[in-house]
Each structure stands twice: as C-alpha cells, then as structure tokens.
Design a protein around this ligand. Structure first.
Ligand code: GLU
Length: 488
C-alpha cells in the first residue's frame, strides 16, 4: 500500500471522549506527517446505543479541536458511505465469500444454549470459548433447524483460517507502538461475524470497511489488541492486504483507575463548556504518550505534526493530570490575542449586560482580569463589579473587615471630596492615588489599608483587579456613587 490512509472510527454511544480525541489526534498527526488521508467513519451498528446527538457531538468536537477529516460522512469521498448503518447491504456479500471458502459457518445455537455453555465453563473454571457445536452440521440438520424457525448467525472459523495461513496456532504481528505481539488463537473462540438478524458484528464490519476504504494503518487503543488478532485472520481469509496496526496505551486518572466522570470532565464538549481552550486541550492530549524531541511542551498541532513519529509513542499507559491541563489552559489564556480572548469570554459573561461597557472598556476589563484565569469560565465570578452602574453588591468580609472600620470611613470621606476634581483616566488616577496614599501614610495609615477602603467600596470585595483600571473603567460617576453609598 503506497498511500497512507488512517481513520478514526468512533461508535456514537456517547459524546466524544478525550481518549478518542487522543486516538483521533495521533491518526491525524500520522496522516499529516506522511502526506496521507485522515478518514472519519461512524460505527453505528449498535442501533440501540446510537443517537444523532452523539454523532453531532463527535463531529463538532473533532472540528473544534481542528482535527478535520479528508473523507467522512459529511464531506464524502471515494469509498463511502462512511456511516456503517448505510453500509448494511455491503457486509453480507463478504460474509458469503467467507462461507463459500469455508472460513465461516452457520451457527443455530440459541442464546439459552450459549448461556449454558458459558455456565459450564465457569463451573469448570475455564475461559469460555464457543464449542464449535455447529461447525460440521449436515445440510439436513441445518434444514431441520431452519424449519424449527431458527435463524443462523455466522461464525468465523478461527482454527481453519489460522491453519491456512500460519504454521502453528500462534499469530504474531509487529505493532507500530508496542513491537511484536503474539497470541495463541486457540484461545479466541469462533466469534460471530453476522448476527442472526443479518447485521454485522463490530469485528467483521470493521475489517470490511478498513479493507474497502483502503486503510493502510490502524492506530487505536490497546483495548482492541485481542480484536486485532481476530481481524488479521479475517483480512487473510478474504485475501486482503493486512494493514499495519499500532496500539496506544490507556489513559488513566491520577489515581491510576480508568478515567471516569468521578475524576472530572471526560468528554471534549464537557471540557469546552467548563472553559478549556481547545488549543490547550489538544496540546495536552498530544502529550499523553508522546513527548516533543526538544522538550518544549507548548506546541500547536502543526508543530507537533512536524515532530511526530508513531514509533516514539510510549507503549505504556498515560496519566491524565488535570492539574497539568489547568496549568496549560491558563498559559494559553495568557497567550491568546486580546480580541480573540474577548470573543471567547463572551459565553461566560451572559449574566452581565455587556452593553454597559464600551468596546474600549471591555477590552481593558479583559486585560486587567485575564492574569489569574485558569478556565475561561473563571471570568464569570471575577468581574461582577464592572457592571451595575452606581450599585455594587458588598461581600460580607468587605463590609465587616473593611468598610465598618473607622479608618476606612475616614479614607472614603476624604477620597469622595478629593476625587470630585480628578480626571478618571488611568494616568491621572495613578498619580492622584499615589499622592492620596502618601497623604494617609503620613497620618500613619498603610497604603494597603487606604486602598482596601476604596476597593471595598467600589468593588464590594477585598481583592481583585488593578484598582486604577477599575476606577477608570467604571468612570467617575459610578465610582463615586459607590463610595458615597459605602459612607455611613
Ligand atoms: N468503533 C470502535 C470504537 O469506538 C472503533 C475501534 C477501531 O478503531 O477499530 O472503539
């Protein structure tokens, strides 16, 4: 196979998980690095667990992360359709080929019969593999079962395929990430490729699709390794070229258990709602199993693509460090161009009336409040005092520890008197406030204490953004109205 063609094949039984985003990214990087094609295929054969909302979420999340596909359900391509449920008429033809070649057989076992086999295995403390009871049914026996109303499933004949293409029961392949992997295929058991209702199982549909879509490399999570052995045998049985496989280590939570809701967000869209930047998220996800050759971790996807080699990907599990992601996110917030940041903060400012601020005031507000933000959503609680005109809500601590003191009351009265004559531009305010503090310092009041009084009156809080900027943004009228209201 000359052209590199890779795919991401999510099952839409949930929103796009960060683990799937990492798999998508590594496939995308591999395609970019090798001038190949990145394909999106929706594996929705399990109708009960599939929903359109999840399909939309997968599309939106991949796009938000910048992982655009060359071929897929929406953009089309030469090997479509790219949604498995639209490919149901394709699979029976290939199932028939396997049946004709003797690599598959009809199985009439009922769920109850199979359950009994499983129970027997459990009782004997043995790993369950199908008994192959139906492997050698005669035509008459099959006919009889059919007449009983039984509909057969199709099973893949592992031993037959293994014998046809390999010397022993051991199947080996050279994994792009993990090196040589092998398995005794006698342990796999003849698995169903077509269910009795005529729909394909995952392992069968995936091979037919990868074959027809000319997928050259399959990069996915290591939870699929046992499937890979089954899939290799199907490729071989069909006489198709077997793609190269690469299996990525799992992503674990900081406590080394499987990453789940109880650890925090797990779906890309949840991270976005919480206020993570997709640039930070994708950069972070890239570092789950891969490290840059220059040790410089902050990188765009394009920069990562330059440096990415699938052979460098670690074969072990990675830990999803939320703290590190938070650090990265705050870094990205600091680096974002101001106009961009202004736009991205808007969804988190809907409880305020942004029309109270001119564009210049809004810009300045964002400039002076961005520094401590870890998440975009942190802006919501950082800025209430920039809104509301003459009125501000006073937090209890600001009231009792600051505004209720005699010294604060004195500061505010003097401030109100003096500031009437000031211009409320930042330059003037800076100068005037310095002089004001100096005046109080002479009276033995620490500059910090002087400013606390003004801050508490104007913002209702004991800490926050630069006071000069706050006063300038609010303007003289609103600032002094608030000071007046705080004076008893
Ligand atoms: N639909 C499978 C999943 O979501 C895809 C596995 C594969 O990449 O083959 O796990």
């Amino acid at each position: 196979m000359s052209e590199v063609r890779v795919r991401i094949a999510p099952s839409p039984s949930g929103n796009l998980h960060v683990g799937t985003a990492r798999t998508a990214l590594f496939n995308y990087l591999f395609a970019k690095k090798n001038n190949g094609k990145f394909i999106l295929r929706i594996e929705d054969t399990d109708a009960e667990r599939t929903s359109q909302a999840y399909i939309d979420n997968i599309f939106d999340s991949l796009k938000a992360l910048g992982l655009n596909w060359d071929e897929g359900p929406d953009v089309g391509g030469d090997y479509g359709p790219y949604t498995q449920s639209e490919r149901f008429d394709i699979y029976p033809k290939y199932a028939q080929i396997l049946l004709d070649k003797g690599f598959a057989y009809e199985c009439f076992c009922t769920p109850e019969e199979l359950e009994a086999e499983k129970e027997e295995a459990t009782k004997n403390k043995k790993a369950y593999v199908y008994s192959k009871k139906c492997e050698n049914l005669t035509e008459e026996e099959k006919e009889k079962l059919r007449k009983e109303g039984r509909k057969p499933a199709l099973r893949f004949n592992i031993a037959k395929a293994q014998k046809a293409f390999h010397d022993s029961s051991i199947l080996k392949f050279d994994d792009l990430v993990k090196g040589e992997l092998h398995m005794d295929t006698d342990l796999l058991g003849d698995f169903v490729i077509m269910k009795s209702n005529g729909t394909p199982t995952y392992n069968f549909a995936v091979v037919i699709d990868d074959m027809l879509m000319k997928i050259s490399h399959v990069i996915r999570g290591e939870d699929h390794i046992s499937n890979t052995f089954k899939q290799i045998l199907i490729f071989e049985a069909l006489g198709a070229e077997v793609p190269r496989f690469g299996h990525l280590g799992m992503i674990l939570a900081p406590d080394r258990s499987k990453l789940s809701k109880r650890h925090g967000a797990t779906a890309v869209s949840e991270f976005v709602e919480k206020g993570y930047l997709t640039e930070a998220l994708i950069n972070f996800v890239a570092l789950l199993g891969w490290s840059p050759s220059d040790g410089q971790e902050i990188k765009t996807v394009d920069e990562i693509a330059q440096d990415f080699r699938i052979g460098d990907v670690s074969s072990s599990n990675s830990i999803f460090e939320y703290d590190k992601l938070n650090w990265m996110n705050s870094h990205y917030i600091k680096m974002l161009p101001i106009e961009d940041l202004k736009e991205r903060l808007k969804p988190y400012l809907t409880k305020y009336d942004l029309s109270e601020l001119t564009d210049a005031q809004y810009t300045r507000m964002v400039e002076v409040t961005r520094e401590p933000l870890t998440l975009l959503s942190d802006i919501t609680d950082a800025v209430p005092y920039f809104f509301g005109g003459d009125k501000v809500e006073i937090e209890q601590k600001a009231q009792t520890e600051v505004l209720d003191t005699e010294v604060s009351q004195d500061v505010l009265k003097t401030f109100l008197k003096q500031a009437q004559d000031w211009n409320f531009d930042e330059e003037t305010l800076h100068e005037k406030l310095e002089a004001f503090r100096a005046e109080y310092k002479e009276k033995g009041i620490k500059p910090k204490v002087t400013m606390w009084a003004i801050r508490a009156a104007v913002t209702g809080r004991t800490c926050g953004a630069d006071m000069t900027a706050i006063l300038a943004i609010l303007g003289k009228e609103h600032s002094l109205a608030r000071v007046k209201a705080a004076i008893k």
